[in-house]
Structure formats: structure tokens, C-alpha cells
Design a protein around this ligand. Structure first.
Ligand code: PMP
Length: 404
């Protein structure tokens, strides 16, 4: 009798399962619209030239070694990351009212945030609110961190294919004081719909009123508009409004360094008084988890962000990536509309960032997969980068057939 015999299985993770189905499909027609990673018009991953250049510099630096980083990571990286997020002239940075912690990409940063809130911060209500729908890992990581309950706030209005602001505000107003709420900083995954500035103002008002604690999730800075500052507007607005919050940053997408796991967690407080204690608490959390973070990805990012020339080159790369996304949105919409596919397709170009929430039903998604070798999540979310000038006709025709 084994101790392990009675353990049941867990459901597979949809997006990784989808990747495998795609990889195993021998059809030359196959298209991957599942996992959220950038692809070129040849359907290939893109190693950014500026990342290659930074890697060369790192490898050739005679002082480079493989010593452990400090528990909270490389300071040149965390400071540059916080400044990219909050803005160079941020009062929180000037007044030293922030902490920045290197993390295992965006997921790791969210997990440190959730651990910290659930286990360390007194008076936090251990109920986390996540948007409906959201990136599916939000729920899991909150529960693993020790939140007692995860609730959803309304976000997506399927009928109008846009934000359900009233539903969202109503749900947040009904939340208990000091509950934790995860907001997507920009380029909401999976819907591609962000609140407008006016709507953010209303949301922040409710957050203040109900004394909710925000976790901001910034996994796509630069991908929404092509402009890093514009995409940080919401985060900076929370700071400007004197809110205390944490923000998880991922450099997976905007640097194209997915497997390097470079991330940062920034905590903004309204006083610098107790930061030394907070820092020691975060140190113990990380120490008991993975002790200290990996260096290479953080070195790449800090080499770029701390060098004005490389930084400028990187900002151009971001424009290239977000520009291709916009172009593919326009092309897909044009093709689907050209086929006179029933329904409205303007949401394809109205949504922003990497994803389009197509509105296709699970059955239609299944049809695309089984009949046309097009792989997408059953929620109907597609990664726009998977569309190329070569496969767009095939995808548009398949959508047309699925709908008609
Ligand atoms: N948040 C959101 C909304 C995401 O879409 C992702 C990536 N899929 C992440 C966080 C974290 O990604 P990573 O851990 O790869 O940085």
C-alpha cells in the first residue's frame, strides 16, 4: 500500500494542453492562437535584437559571475523596473515610499503579493476579488497563498462586448472592507478591454470608499498602446490618488524573455516609516520559498533599462510588436467582414493588447480545432500574434464556417 495511491488527479492546464495538441498536429494548415506569446509574421518567436545585444554585454563583462543574488534581487533591476512603472518623477520614488522586489516573473510577483497580504498584513480580509473573466491563474495563486475565498467581480458584458462598469462597481461596493482586489493594469487578459481613464476614476473612488486593497497586475506594459507611459496610466493614477497598493510586473512579454522569469513586485506605501520592517518580512517570505531569484533575465532587463541607447531601441521594438498586433487585428476584421460573416466584428479592432475575446462559443471553438486545425481557448480568446498575413484567410474562412 502506497501513501500516494489514493491521491486523485487534477484537471490539465488548458493553455499548455492546447500547445501540446498543436505541436502534435501534423497538418500544414495548423495555427496556434492559444498561448500568449509574441510571434512574427512568419509565425516564429522573436528574440529582440536589444536583448541579444544586452546578453552579449553581460557575457563579455569580465566581472560577471554566478554568485547568488540578494534575496530581494538585483537592485539595478528592481529600481529600474519600479521607475518604468511609476514614472521617473514619481513622488513615491522621490520620497522613498516604495519597495521593489525581484520575482519569478509576473506570476511570482503576484504570489509574493498574495502571500504577503494573506500571511503578513494584519487587518486584511482574506477574500480576494478577481475579474470575471480573468487570467485563470489569479484564482489558484490566491488560494495557494492562503486566501479563504476568491470571488469574482463582473467585468465583461458579453452582449455589448465591452466593460460592464456598473456591474463591476456594484460588486466592488458590496465587497467587505479590506478585501483584496486584483486589477489588470492594462491590456486585460483575456478580454482586451480596459477601463477608460474616466472609468478608472470611478473604480478608484469605490476602492477608496470600501477601503479595498488593490493588487495591480502589469503583464503587458507597452503592449496595449505601444507606449510604456500610456500603459502605466492606471497604476500611476492609483499612486497619484494616495492609494497604498502592490503591483506585479512581468517582463516576459515586453522583452520577449518568457522563460527567463524576470519580474518585479513594487509596493507603494503612504509613508516611508515602516519600510525596513516590510522589507524584512518580504525577505523571510522569499527566503522560505526559493531563497533568491535567478539572475540572467533581470540582468538583461537592467542592462537595457539603465542604458539610454538600449532603452530607446527597446521602445522601438515594443512599437514593432504592438504595431503588428494592431495590423493583424485590422486584417482579421477586414477578412471576416469581407466574407459577410453574420454578426458584428468591430470588437476585433476595438480590443487592445495581445488578445481578442472573439465571442465564439465553446462549440464553435471546438469546430475550429477539429475541422480547421486552429487552436484557441474554449473561452474564445485568441492570441492575435498567431495571425499572420499567410494564415489570415484560412482563419477568417474557418470563423465564417463556424458561425454560419
Ligand atoms: N498576469 C497576466 C494577466 C498574464 O496574462 C500573465 C501571463 N500570461 C501573467 C500575469 C504572468 O506571466 P509570467 O509569469 O509569465 O510573467
Amino acid at each position: 500500500m502506497s501513501l500516494f495511491e489514493e491521491i486523485g488527479g487534477m484537471p490539465p492546464i488548458e493553455v499548455f494542453e492546447l500547445n501540446k495538441l498543436y505541436a502534435d498536429d501534423p497538418s500544414p494548415l495548423k495555427v496556434s492562437l492559444g498561448v500568449g506569446a509574441y510571434r512574427t509574421d512568419e509565425g516564429k518567436p522573436w528574440v529582440l535584437p536589444v536583448v541579444k545585444q544586452a546578453e552579449r554585454q553581460i557575457v563579455e563583462d569580465p566581472s560577471m559571475n554566478f554568485e547568488y543574488l540578494p534575496v530581494l534581487g538585483l537592485e539595478a533591476f528592481t529600481n529600474a523596473a519600479a521607475s518604468m512603472l511609476l514614472g521617473g518623477d514619481s513622488p513615491a520614488i522621490k520620497e522613498k515610499r516604495f519597495l521593489a522586489v525581484q520575482a519569478i516573473s509576473g506570476t511570482g510577483a503576484l504570489r509574493i503579493a498574495a502571500d504577503f497580504l494573506a500571511q503578513v498584513v494584519p487587518n486584511i480580509t482574506r477574500i480576494a476579488y478577481i475579474s470575471s473573466p480573468t487570467w485563470e491563474n489569479h484564482r489558484l495563486l490566491c488560494l495557494k497563498a492562503g486566501f479563504n475565498e476568491v470571488r469574482e467581480y463582473r467585468y465583461w458584458d458579453a452582449q455589448k462586448r465591452g466593460l460592464d462598469l456598473n456591474g463591476m462597481l456594484e460588486d466592488l461596493r458590496a465587497a467587505p472592507e479590506r478585501a483584496v482586489v486584483i486589477f489588470h493594469a492594462c491590456a486585460h487578459n483575456p478580454t482586451g478591454v480596459d477601463p477608460t481613464q474616466e472609468q478608472w476614476r470611478k473604480i478608484v473612488e469605490v476602492v477608496k470608499e470600501r477601503r479595498l486593497f488593490p493588487i495591480l497586475d502589469s503583464a503587458y506594459q507597452g503592449f496595449a498602446s505601444g507606449d510604456l507611459d500610456a500603459d502605466a496610466w492606471a497604476v500611476r493614477y492609483f499612486a497619484e490618488q494616495g492609494m497604498e497598493f502592490v503591483c506585479a510586473q512581468s517582463f516576459a512579454k515586453n522583452f520577449g524573455i518568457y522563460n527567463q522569469r524576470a519580474g518585479n513586485l513594487t509596493l507603494v506605501a503612504n509613508t516611508a516609516n515602516n519600510l525596513a520592517n516590510l522589507k524584512s518580512q518580504l525577505t523571510i517570505l522569499v527566503r522560505g520559498n526559493y531563497s533568491n531569484p535567478p539572475a540572467h533575465g533581470a540582468r538583461i532587463v537592467s542592462t537595457v533599462l539603465n542604458n539610454p541607447q538600449l532603452d530607446a531601441q527597446w521602445r522601438e521594438h515594443i512599437k514593432t510588436m504592438s504595431g503588428r498586433l494592431k495590423a493583424m487585428r485590422a486584417l482579421l476584421r477586414e477578412k471576416v467582414e469581407g466574407l459577410k460573416t453574420p454578426g458584428s466584428w468591430k470588437h476585433i479592432t476595438e480590443q487592445i493588447g495581445m488578445f481578442c475575446y472573439t465571442g465564439l462559443t465553446p462549440k464553435q471553438c471546438q469546430f475550429l480545432m477539429e475541422q480547421h486545425h486552429i487552436y484557441l481557448l474554449k473561452s474564445g480568446r485568441i492570441n492575435i500574434c498567431g495571425i499572420t498575413t499567410k494564415n489570415v484567410d484560412h482563419v477568417a474562412n474557418a470563423i465564417h464556417q463556424a458561425v454560419t
